[in-house]
Design a protein around this ligand. Structure first.
Ligand SMILES: C[S@@+](CC[C@H](N)C(=O)[O-])C[C@H]1O[C@@H](n2cnc3c(N)ncnc32)[C@H](O)[C@@H]1O
Length: 210
C-alpha cells in the first residue's frame, strides 16, 4: 500500500512511476542514473551530495564501505569506481530508491556487480550480518527528519566501524552543522572529528574512530 503524505524517506512513496534518466560527471568519471519520483533529488544530483562526493576521502586499498541512506546510489557508485577492489553496501528504507540503485548498478557496473550489495531496511537494521564492521560509512543524511534522529544514528555508528574506520557525512551550516560538530567532538572522545571542507553552505565531516 502506498503511504499518504509520502516523503523521499517513506518506505513506499506515492506518486507516478515515471523513470527519469540523467548523467553527471563526478571526480572525472561519467555516471548515468535512473531515478523515480518519490526518491530524494530525483531530477538532478543534490548539491550536498556533490560536495560530499568531491571532497570525501576514499580508500584505495580493498575495504568494506557503506553508503547509508543511499537513495538512487550516487555516493556508493563513486565509491565503487574510486575504490575498485572494495565491497560497497547500499542501504535505504525507500523501496523505489532500492529499485533505482539496483538499476544503476546494472547501468554503471554491468560486469562488476558481485561486490555491490543492496539492502532495504531501517539504517543498520537492514544489514543481514549484524556483526559486520565497515572501514568507511558515507552519508548525506535525511536532514528533514530532524537533528534528534541523526544524533541517535551517530551514536550507533561506532558499533559498525572497524578500528580507524571513518564516518563521512555532509551537513548544511543552517541545519546545525556547528552544533553537530560540537556535539560529536564531545561524544567521540576516543576519535577525531574534523571538517574536510566548507562549501556552498555545506560542511563535510570526517570522524575517525579508534
Ligand atoms: C538526503 S537523502 C540522500 C540520498 C542519497 N544518498 C543521495 O545523496 O542522493 C537521505 C536518504 O536516507 C534515506 N533514509 C531515511 N531514513 C532512513 C532510514 N530509517 N533507514 C534507511 N534509509 C533512510 C532516505 O530514503 C533517503 O534516500
Amino acid at each position: 500500500m502506498k503511504e499518504e503524505n509520502s516523503h523521499y524517506f517513506s518506505r513506499e512513496p506515492g506518486g507516478k512511476i515515471k523513470v527519469h534518466l540523467f548523467s553527471v560527471s563526478l571526480r572525472k568519471h561519467l555516471y548515468a542514473f535512473k531515478t523515480l519520483p518519490g526518491v530524494f533529488s530525483y531530477k538532478k544530483l543534490d548539491l550536498g551530495t556533490k560536495v560530499l562526493i568531491e571532497h570525501a576521502d576514499i580508500p584505495q586499498e580493498p575495504s568494506i564501505l557503506l553508503d547509508l541512506g543511499c537513495g538512487y546510489g550516487p555516493i556508493g557508485m563513486v565509491l565503487a569506481r574510486e575504490s575498485p577492489e572494495s565491497t560497497i553496501y547500499f542501504v535505504d528504507i525507500n523501496k523505489r530508491a532500492i529499485w533505482c540503485v539496483k538499476e544503476n548498478i546494472k547501468l554503471n557496473f554491468p560486469d562488476d556487480r558481485k561486490r555491490l550489495i543492496v539492502l532495504e531496511g531501517n539504517y543498520f537494521d537492514g544489514l543481514k550480518d549484524k556483526s559486520i564492521k565497515f572501514d568507511g560509512i558515507y552519508m548525506n543524511p535525511p536532514q528533514r527528519k530532524g537533528r534528534k534522529e541523526f544524533l541517535s544514528l551517530c551514536e550507533r555508528v561506532p558499533h559498525y566501524l572497524r578500528h580507524e574506520g571513518i564516518f563521512q557525512f555532509i551537513m548544511r551550516k543552517k541545519m546545525g552543522a556547528p552544533y553537530i560538530h560540537k556535539y560529536l567532538r564531545e561524544f567521540y572522545k576516543e576519535g577525531e572529528v574534523e571538517i574536510l571542507c566548507k562549501r556552498s553552505g555545506y560542511w563535510v565531516f570526517k570522524c575517525i574512530f579508534r
